[in-house]
Each structure stands twice: as structure tokens, then as C-alpha cells.
Design a protein around this ligand. Structure first.
Ligand SMILES: [Fe+2]
Length: 555
């Protein structure tokens, strides 16, 4: 419960280990004093204009434990505006989550926790603004695989104090065991997954979240910036749909039990609000309103409505000619019964987009999991790729051969994305058009590439633009092509697809969005390296986005 405390009480309590914001400079934000009790750091997120979730976790306890928390308007925690006590125990893995209420809109706050005579570091957070808002800065990230590298991207974000909040588009953790995806890199750099087996049970998912939260750069970013986070597939298992997942085998137990375990751990370990009473954990969607400047509506596209992914393995023997490819598209891919979003999710989207248009907010952002632009495989019948083919080993040349075949047949290569659900994509656009929102700015994760795309519905009506974030650490799956091959693949992708303006699969990084009423400025920022803690920040491309009539354009 929120209550005021006196200034004297605040001063007495102000002997905590202090985490002060730092100026730009690599490495500086991670100088956090270690705490044995609060060894997973602090975090905040899921804000609205008068409340925000603050989070921590208490280590080494047995039985129930009281944790006190404080919120102040200054970084030295003198001017305390709210404080309280909350109990945690093993039923929630000793995580601590408080929805701090009755705060002032658009205000920066600082917070900390105390338990067993120890204090946490001090975190910084912010409520959403109301009324006229001049500008906002978001960092957009996705695909943070502990095994594939150091979270240098998180550190770069922690050091940029102009960032108002971080939008994480999913794959916050990965489910693979220590011998799975990323194992070679992990053993080279000492970041093997814990537990060492694939996560299946509640205990497994808790341990995996705990490991990710021990990362110093993760702790620095979460202490410094509030988080808006959605899940994609790997928070549970690769490529899930309503009743299963590609990476869930019959021997791994009941799918629903596994999904519930993963979602329970997710709610425990991330600074997000619990579902309303009677609501289900998987119904996880939000509309964040930033005064008159931005609406950010987030999607759930994995567990509540998605039809099973089409597997090329079932169709490839009969996909040899252009005629067969056309038939496959018409009868299988375009099946209008195939869903990406649940009916409830679509209803929420329709209502909230309408509200955003009626409120005359300047920009409508969508927090989306996988890339939505139409992108068939590019044509690779070029001398460079023919030469490359000769130099590759068997798995490499098989991969390039299948890409070449998809390109020849004008088919997409990844049917887990919106490309595998074209009818659902059209429904998404129809909902937006009905709300008067042909000006979507879709933010997408999952692909481990940067993207700047433009979006059109099946009648060629402009629907807005899409910005795709590359992985924090996860690499593009086409590494077999090599650096030059990836560059040429991306160039061919843009040349062969009307909706792709630019893509880049060669870098790890984040998007920094600087938003005002005139334009959205998108910086695609890479880090030079994720396999050591030393790195350089490399801005690799920037786009300005402006309104043009009813829609958006790159300027
Ligand atoms: Fe990913």
C-alpha cells in the first residue's frame, strides 16, 4: 500500500547503495555495487500515466519475507513520495513486484528496496506523460540470447540517459539447453545456459530468467530505463502456436503445462502487471498512451490465436514449378481460416486504434513480434552466389540451394512470420483501415536483422511503415553466406521486394527512435562485438519518417 513518510524517515533510510545515473561512456553504467540479497538487480516497467511496476528479487531466503520499497523524486532518495512493504515467498520465486500508484504523469522517479538489512541499488523510472508532449526517445530491442554473447547493446542503452524507455519485442530469454542453439559461442565465452537442459518446468524457466538477470549490462539497463516488453516464441519454445510448438516434442510432457510454467515465470521475473482478476496470463496486450504524441499498442501473436505454422517439409516434393508454387499459395498459404491473432486481440486492436485516431495522437506504433512486410526470398541466380555455392560445405550449400529455390518460385522462406499468415495480415490491415489508421509504424523483432519497410494491403493501399530490430546477440540464420554474402542477400532482398527499402543482417544492435510532432528519426545502431565486453557503438543507418496525407513515408 502507498503511504507518505516523513523527511526524517527518508534521511534515515537513505544509506542505501546508490546507483547514480552516469554520463555517456562505455562501461560506466555497470559499476553497480554487488548485493547478495538483491543479486538480480531492480527493474521497472508497464507504466501508465499515474502508476508503474517496480521489481526486484530477494536471494537466499526461506519462508515468507517482508521487503520494503521506496519511491522518490530525486536520485538520492531524499524526497520520498511513496513507500510500503510487500511479502514474498517461494510461491513466486522470491520475486517482488509493486504497482506504485498515485504518481504524477510524465515524472521521473527513483526507487529502491530493502530486506534483511541490505538495500538494493536505486533504479530510475518514469510515468507516461499526458497532454502536449514535445518529444520522446525509445530504444527498441529484441532477441537477447545469453548464450550468443554479452548484452553490450543493453549497456549502450543504459549509458544513453536521453532514452525515456526500452521497448523489448520478445525473445527476452531462450529455452535451449547448453548444447543447443549458440552452444559453440557460449562455451568459448563462458556463457553456457543454466539449467544445462532445455527449459520445460516452472523451476527450469525460473532458473533461466534468474541467469539472464545476473548479467551486469541487463541490470544496468533495467535500473536505468523503464521497460515495455512483449514475448515472442523463445520465452516458451521455438515457434509455438495455440496447441503446440516446433520445439516441443511428445516426450517433453504436456504442452499446456509447459506453456503455463513459462508464462508464470515470465510474470514473476518481469516488471509487468498481473492479469485482471479472472483474466488469463496469455491475454497479454496493452495500449500505452504518451499524451498527444504517441500510441503504442502491443500484440500477442503466439499463444491465444495462432494457427499451426505451415511446414515446407510437407509440401517441398510437390513444389518444383511456378504452377505448383501458385497452387500452394492459393490453396494452403492463403487459407482464410488461418489466424495469427485471437478474436479478443483483434477486438482490442480495433477499439484502441480507433481511440488513438479519435484522440488525435500524432503517431501510432505497433509492438509486434515477427516481420509483417511482404518479403519473398530474393533471386540468387547471380554469379556471386553461384561461385559461393562451390565454396560451401554440404549443410551450407543445401541451405543456399533451398534459398535459391524459394527465390525462383517467388515464395517466402520463413512461414513462422506474417508471411505464413497472409489472410491474417489482411485482417490486421482491415482493422487498421476501419479505425482510420493507415499510418501504422510497426516495430518488429524476431528476425535478427534490421529492416526499414513500407507496408501495403492487397489492394496496394499504403498502410504505413515497419522498422525491424536486429538481435541484441542472436545472429542471422544465414551466417553460412558469410559477411559479403549476407550483404548481397540483403541488397537482393530490397531489389526484389517492393516493401523492403533496406535490410541488414550483419549487425547486432538496437533502434533508437527519437519522436516529435514533425518526424520520427530512427537510428539503427550496432555494437561492434558481442563476444567480449569491449565494443564500439556504430550507427550504421538512419531514416526520417514523416506523415504524408493519411499515411507515412521515409524522407
Ligand atoms: Fe530470436
Amino acid at each position: 500500500m502507498t503511504k507518505k513518510i516523513t523527511r526524517r524517515q527518508a534521511l534515515l533510510a537513505a544509506s542505501a547503495v546508490v546507483f547514480l545515473p552516469v554520463a555517456n561512456g562505455q562501461g560506466s553504467a555497470t559499476n553497480i555495487s554487488p548485493s547478495t540479497v538483491f543479486s538480480h538487480g531492480v527493474a521497472s516497467g508497464d507504466p501508465d500515466s499515474t502508476s508503474v511496476v517496480i521489481w526486484t528479487r530477494v536471494s537466499g531466503s526461506e519462508g515468507a519475507l517482508d521487503t520494503t520499497w521506496r519511491v522518490a523524486t530525486d536520485e538520492r532518495m531524499f524526497n520520498i513520495v511513496a513507500t510500503g512493504s510487500v511479502q514474498t515467498d517461494s510461491s513466486i520465486d522470491y520475486t517482488v513486484k509493486v504497482v506504485v500508484k498515485d504518481l504524477v504523469p510524465g515524472q521521473q522517479y527513483f526507487y529502491d528496496f530493502r530486506a534483511r538489512d541490505e538495500a538494493s541499488v536505486i533504479g530510475r523510472t518514469k510515468t507516461l506523460p499526458v497532454g502536449h508532449v514535445e518529444n520522446l526517445v525509445f530504444a527498441v530491442v529484441t532477441c537477447s540470447n545469453y548464450a550468443f554473447g554479452h548484452f553490450n547493446v543493453y549497456e549502450a542503452i543504459a549509458n544513453d540517459l536521453s532514452i525515456d524507455l526500452v521497448v523489448h519485442l520478445g525473445d527476452y530469454i531462450y529455452e535451449h539447453g547448453a548444447d543447443g542453439f549458440g552452444a559453440d559461442v557460449a562455451s568459448r565465452i563462458g556463457r553456457a545456459h543454466v539449467p544445462s537442459h532445455e527449459t520445460l518446468t516452472l523451476d527450469d524457466y525460473r532458473k533461466r530468467h534468474a541467469q539472464y538477470k545476473t548479467d551486469v549490462s541487463s541490470q544496468a539497463m533495467h535500473a536505468q530505463q523503464p521497460l515495455i516488453v512483449i514475448w515472442d516464441d523463445h520465452e516458451t519454445a521455438n515457434n509455438p502456436w495455440m496447441n503446440g510448438a516446433e520445439n516441443h516434442d511428445p516426450g517433453e510432457g504436456d504442452w499446456n503445462a509447459r506453456r503455463q510454467a513459462s508464462l508464470q515465470a515470465y510474470y514473476e521475473w518481469l516488471p509487468i502487471r498481473e492479469p485482471v482478476v479472472g483474466g488469463a496470463k496469455d491475454e497479454y496486450w496493452r495500449h500505452f498512451k504518451f499524451g498527444d504524441l504517441v500510441s503504442l499498442i502491443t500484440l500477442e501473436s503466439r499463444h491465444t490465436g495462432r494457427s499451426r505454422q505451415i511446414s515446407y517439409g510437407d509440401y517441398l516434393p510437390n513444389l518444383q514449378t511456378a504452377e505448383q508454387a501458385r497452387e500452394f499459395k492459393e490453396s494452403v498459404l492463403d487459407d482464410t481460416r488461418r489466424n495469427m491473432l485471437s478474436e479478443d486481440m483483434e477486438r482490442f486492436l480495433a477499439t484502441e486504434l480507433k481511440e488513438s485516431v479519435n484522440a488525435n495522437r500524432r503517431w501510432r506504433l505497433i509492438g509486434n513480434q515477427s516481420v509483417i512486410a511482404k518479403s519473398i526470398s530474393p533471386k540468387l541466380n547471380k554469379p556471386f552466389f553461384e561461385e559461393l555455392m562451390k565454396s560451401l560445405d554440404k549443410p551450407g550449400s543445401d541451405k543456399l540451394k533451398s534459398l535459391t529455390r524459394f527465390g525462383d518460385l517467388e515464395l517466402p522462406d520463413d512461414l513462422d512470420t506474417w508471411e505464413g499468415y497472409p489472410a491474417a495480415r489482411e485482417r490486421f490491415y482491415t482493422i487498421a483501415k476501419s479505425a482510420g489508421a493507415n499510418d501504422l509504424l510497426v516495430l518488429s523483432g524476431d528476425s535478427h536483422s534490421f529492416w526499414a519497410n513500407q507496408l501495403f494491403d492487397e489492394n496496394n493501399e499504403a498502410m504505413g511503415l515497419e522498422l525491424g530490430a536486429t538481435g541484441v546477440t542472436s545472429p542471422r540464420s544465414l551466417l553460412v553466406l558469410g559477411d559479403e554474402g549476407l550483404k548481397r542477400f540483403d541488397e537482393s532482398n530490397a531489389a526484389d521486394n517492393k516493401e523492403i527499402v533496406w535490410s541488414d543482417g550483419r549487425h547486432r544492435g538496437f533502434i533508437r527512435l527519437s519522436i516529435n510532432h514533425q518526424k520520427v528519426h530512427a537510428d539503427f545502431i550496432a555494437v561492434s562485438n558481442v563476444e567480449t565486453r569491449e565494443y564500439v557503438i556504430q550507427p550504421i543507418r538512419a531514416f526520417d519518417i514523416e506523415k504524408e496525407g493519411e499515411t507515412l513515408r521515409y524522407s
